[in-house]
Design a binder for this molecule. Sequence first.
Ligand code: GLC
Length: 743
Amino acid sequence: MKATNLILSVMCAATIAACGRNGIEARADRILSQMTLEEKIGQMNQLSTFGSAEAMHDEIAAGNIGSILNETNPAVINAMQRIAVEESRLGIPLLMARDVIHGFRTIFPIPLGQAATFDPDLIYEGARIAAVEATATGIRWTFAPMVDVSRDPRWGRIAESAGEDTYLNSVLGAAMVRGFQGDDLADPTSMAACIKHFAGYGAVEGGRDYNLTNIPERQLRNTYLPPFEEAVKAGALTLMTSFNANDGIPSTGNRHLVTDILRDEWGFDGMVVTDWNSAGEMIAHGFAADEDDAAVKALDAGVDMDMMSYAYVKRLKALVESGAVKESDIDDAVRNILVLKLRLGLFENPYVDESRIAEVTYTAESLAAARRCATESAVLLKNDHRTLPLDAEHIGRIMVAGPLADAPYEQLGTWVFDGEADHTVTPLDVLRRDMGQKVVFDPILPYSRAEASRTALDAFTSKARACDAVILFLGEESILSGEAHCLTNLELRGSQRELLAAARRSGRPVVTVIMAGRQLAIADDLANTDALLYSFHPGTMGGEAIADLIFGREVPSGKLPVTFPKNEGQIPVYHSQTMTGRPASGKEVLIDDIEIGAGQTSLGCTSYYLDAGFGPLFPFGYGLSYTTFEYGDISLDKSEYSADDTIEITFDLTNTGSRDATEVAQVYVRDMVGSIARPVKELKAFARVALAAGETRRTTISLPVERLAFYGLDLKRKVEPGEFSLWVAGNSVEGAPVTFTVK
Ligand code: GLC
């Protein structure tokens, strides 16, 4: 180790005791004071792995790279790190990063599925498991959680989000931050979280990825920013700027967003990284004239690290020398990067134990947690005639078909770089293991977009008729959702709809399981299935979870984190819409009932679609069980509150059925009159309540009045006095309101 490095490591070791934020900043400043301008700029440069340490040797040794993403081989990571620590002049370690979105090796349901659990503790556990597995390779930074409120299923990235609700994204995003980072940032299993994509990316126009967004500041602050702010409060170490230009300003060049709000208002003291080449893409946006302009705009906005545009590493030195950029701005960025590396303990422990990965992946505990998450994430949307659960003991032959019955890679969902399909347990694996010869399997469609002839479908109908029940596994492959994978048609593709109709013609009970990365347009398919279980790409253990639910070993508790539209024309449709001045009554005349020659105003003038009405196919928060629940005697501890009070909401919750089960009790609030029009309902609290069959429990949920604050006409965040309505129910459309006042 070079003398300089030795001095540096002694200095670092000597001040470990003095750590703490100020100690770490002091250490960062000491390192900064020794750095050349080139070395500083090198820290601001993040590159994707070239595939080997040798290929990156010279750049690392010269101190031109601060972080490397997408390397996952622990031996290669150690080799790269050794070059940085032992060959570069100052021995500053690299920060290795990866998209560990919903698992590393053990794959959990996609985040949209995890959101359906309404179970922050379980989501924390999943993130912790992902961190333990990923850090065993030397990765110490993930680009997650994605907390983009998403209300458009045409947008493939809805799969990565916690859905349409601001509060749900806030709670689950914070849980993931805590899970990834753990209790001790210097612990080798701590992985820096990266809240993304800042901001408003989920509102891309037309649901087309990378498109512009037009979110006015008030709506940005009320709907899209709170999950980021909550993740900052949860201690997220980093944040990523988004690709979209909101109101014409790309986020990577938006100083108001990245400095005024994130740093000055919220006090974020972490590190900001661009999205992949999003600095350089400001040129394509027509917002930057060239790489110089892009580098200046990103740095001025408050971006510390440049992922893969090379604008910083190629242009900043000359820009400083020309006076276009102040070196003090470079220092601020590099300080944030050094502080991050110091907080993660990388200077003391830059290397990874290469034997650990084998010890910590696919443990029984991890697989059990992934199974529990897949179970809780499945949403029962239909169950006519109590078709489910099937009676495994007495049922005869079961016809199993569909492109997702045995699709180990597709079942993992999008953003699974390191999941291994050969570890996936598919539904067919479990059905065959448990039901043996009773299972008659024919996929009929090898993949979701495949076509089948009427002859083949008729043959399938005949085979199904000879069985006691049909289970179809339909949906979409992993590639059809996720980044850059947007759709205008959300119907079941290929001959899936015809396969469902063919199953219906068998006359046997039909159970349909849909695995997808988004809510699909399935309104016209519901009549062809007796039961429908929706499983947002459930991950490694999906097969076990789905079989447990089908045969009643588990009881569904999932609730929809997104509203299901009747068809694409209804998008965007979500629970927290505003009332409008002419709300639909729900009794509107629909297109097939409109008389010829109907007068211009004969239909009334309210806000609905002639061909789809007003309401969605399935509302936010909806999900059935194998039992039923009743809510009663909802009461509040007071009728009038001040802004710093907490509302104690108490209610009877009864399991009125014959199965022990868990209900997600949801609290919705409406601010009846505001300085701006307010949503008809907003989710403000929820609780998972496990009840034995027949049990009634007097349950209390606390709701801080402060959670009702919003940015009003004056763009100041406060709880406005006045009347409020509050619902406690099992979804966003049921229940009778109670009222209270905030003075
Ligand atoms: C991608 C995504 C971002 C991801 C990054 C690194 O383009 O937008 O979510 O973390 O690049 O892979």
